[in-house]
Design a protein around this ligand. Structure first.
Ligand code: ADP
Ligand code: MG
Length: 235
């Protein structure tokens, strides 16, 4: 598997500062973050054979360095249960994208295992002009988009920071197991925030990152989408 630096160098050679979902997941996996099994398929046949290898259900997503919001573009198909559904999803995704983004450079589709339902959380990092790298935590979906229920701490995070930032969001009761939902493993989320903080410290070339969303469970958490942006290169 490619090392962190090889993944970054490849993007640089191609003149990109935005890493693809697959590259971003590879980087974060090496940083110890658990990510859902994901592979690039360059053809319909390959998408089907990877799906068979992973086992159904699977998810297909457009893989293009030019498309950031994959579902807005009709580029995400969830819960595919048969080879036939995978083949159709492949055609539908490429059809939708060629309509909406005729100029986009398409690498193929990413095939991934369908994660079982959990509580959706997001973890992010951005660089503040004054404070430098800052890690963000929040609950996924509308809680972040509409209510902006998120917390921030400056890198490097201490374990105490990680614990506080999880507990101070308003939606925290959802993580404790609301109305019969399984309670989430909060100490695992703390570990994750610390791993992201370490990763950011060790990779100053990373300008921004998003794990949006991660699915959190009573026994861990897994990232289903990831996005890494590099600093503009210096030359
Ligand atoms: P976008 O580029 O639009 O953010 P995502 O990869 O986040 O695309 O997919 C959109 C949504 O689909 C996610 O927020 C999540 O709810 C769901 N999803 C994506 N990948 C998976 C997966 N592997 N398993 C289960 N649900 C998924
Ligand atoms: Mg996403």
């Amino acid at each position: 598997m490619a090392t962190e630096q090889q993944i970054i160098d490849k993007a640089r050679r191609e003149g990109r500062s935005l890493l693809t979902e697959i590259e971003s997941k590879q980087l974060l996996k090496q940083a110890g973050v658990s990510v859902i099994d994901t592979n690039l398929a360059a053809s319909r046949e390959e998408a089907i054979s990877i799906s068979r290898r992973f086992g159904f259900p699977v998810v297909l997503k457009i893989a293009s360095p030019d498309i950031v919001h994959k579902s807005d573009a009709g580029g995400v198909k969830l819960g595919l249960k048969t080879s036939k559904q995978v083949g159709k999803a492949y055609d539908d995704i490429l059809g939708a994208i060629s309509q909406k983004y005729p100029q986009a450079m398409i690498q193929g589709v990413s095939v991934q295992k369908m994660a079982r339902p959990g509580v959706e959380v997001i973890i992010g990092m951005s660089k503040d002009a004054q404070f430098g790298p800052v890690v963000m935590f929040g609950l996924g979906g509308i809680l972040v988009e509409i209510l902006k229920d998120v917390s921030f701490r400056i890198v490097p995070l201490t374990r105490r920071d990680a614990g506080e930032m999880i507990r101070e969001i308003k939606g925290y009761p959802l993580l404790e197991g609301y109305r019969g939902q399984e309670p989430v493993d909060v100490s695992n989320l703390e570990e994750l925030l610390l791993k992201v903080s370490d990763f950011v410290e060790q990779n100053p070339e990373v300008k921004e990152l998003d794990l949006n969303p991660m699915f959190a469970y009573s026994d861990g958490a897994v990232a289903v989408d990831a996005r890494v942006v590099l600093e503009e290169s210096k030359q």
